[in-house]
Design a protein around this ligand. Structure first.
Ligand code: F6P
Length: 341
């Protein structure tokens, strides 16, 4: 059987572990041929293929990024994209396609599946906001990086008696902000799940600095926003595709804090540092488990599904049910971050 494989959307650590598992299990156990598409859905539309055999996946486990390349590309956005996908899959005699991606790639996967293509999806995104799975590939590594960054910022904040604002990724959900905020001991965490009141932020910081501390760490997700009607004038900054611009809210929050408190304040935008470098063992293991499960799903005739971690087990969930949905941080986790302020 010829099985296609692509990685789409933003890259993250752990993708190569999933690719490796698909190739090793597909070729070694089932005797399949694995055909890689370069640069996500764009490679399928363009017919940009590369063979994936065991020799292509040696020593890739500790390597970040994706050996297939990736792109933010939506074949269902018109201009004959879906027809081009079908034409390439026919030309390459692909019988099933494994798509590793986040919300955009999986939404595209569900649209392509509607045309009759047999698809198994694997969730990845450092944002951890794919619905239906407890964990997505890349999140664990990103939280490690963000936590280490907060630890580092901590010592310099304390030495200089400063407020440090640390902006982390997460446009629609605050998973990195909340978990790294807890792990790094941040005083405040601002996440998209709960619009903040800048007056409350300022009141809290003034009280803390008067009562018992001379420094503070404020972690802000890039999609955090002020509560409607609050005294901070801010319109979310978006790019040409409507995507939230990194750095804007972090800079604004830091500016407002400094203006309103008089405390020396600095901002650190972690940005793509969170997506780079070697994956943690957890992400390598998760990618490996999802890769094996995706291959087994195809072998057992289960397609139109996504591999998902539910508790300790990997299960299959219907792609149509989760595509286009955002998994938000639950309130109890958010409260833990706020309680420990
Ligand atoms: O892949 C998810 C993500 O890292 C988000 O956290 C972030 O908002 C976005 O991608 C950045 O995208 P790009 O790499 O296209 O700037």
């Amino acid at each position: 059987m010829r099985v296609g494989l692509l990685t789409g959307g933003g890259d993250c650590p752990g993708l190569n572990a999933a690719i490796r598992a698909v190739v090793k299990h597909g070729e070694g156990h089932y005797g399949h041929s694995i055909i890689g598409f370069r640069n996500g859905w764009k490679g399928v539309v363009d017919g940009d293929v590369m063979p994936l055999r065991r020799e292509h996946i040696r020593n890739v486990l500790p390597v970040g990024g994706t050996l297939l390349g990736t792109a933010r590309f939506h074949p269902h956005a018109g201009n004959g994209g879906l027809e081009a996908v079908t034409a390439t899959l026919e030309a390459e005699r692909i019988e099933a396609l494994i798509c590793i991606g986040g919300d955009g790639t999986l939404h595209a996967a569900s649209k392509v599946a509607e045309t009759g293509v047999k698809i198994v999806a694997i969730p990845k995104t450092i944002d951890n906001d794919v619905e239906g799975t407890d964990l997505s590939i890349g999140f664990h590594t990103a939280v490690n990086i963000a936590t280490e960054a907060i630890d580092r910022v901590h010592t310099t904040a304390e030495s200089h008696n400063r407020v440090m604002v640390v902006e982390v990724m997460g446009r629609h959900a605050g998973w990195i902000a909340v978990t790294a905020g807890i792990a790094g001991g941040a005083e405040l965490v601002l996440a998209p799940e709960e619009p903040f009141d800048i007056d409350q932020v300022v009141k809290f910081l003034k009280h803390r600095h008067r009562a018992h501390a001379n420094f503070s760490i404020v972690v802000v997700a890039e999609g955090a926003m002020p509560r409607e009607g609050s005294s901070m004038d801010y319109t979310t900054q978006v790019g040409k595709y409507g995507e939230i611009i990194a750095g804007a809210i972090g800079e604004k929050v830091a500016h407002e804090i400094e203006q309103r408190t008089g405390f020396d304040t600095r901002v650190t935008i972690l940005g793509h540092v969170q997506r780079g470098g070697s994956p943690t063992p957890t992400d390598r293991i998760l990618g490996s488990r999802f890769g094996v499960a995706a291959m087994d799903a195809i072998a057992s005739g289960r397609t139109g599904v996504m591999t998902a971690l539910r508790g300790e087990t990997v299960e299959l969930v219907d792609l149509a049910e989760i595509a286009g949905k955002v998994k938000h941080v639950p309130m109890d986790l958010l409260r833990t971050a706020q309680t420990l302020a």
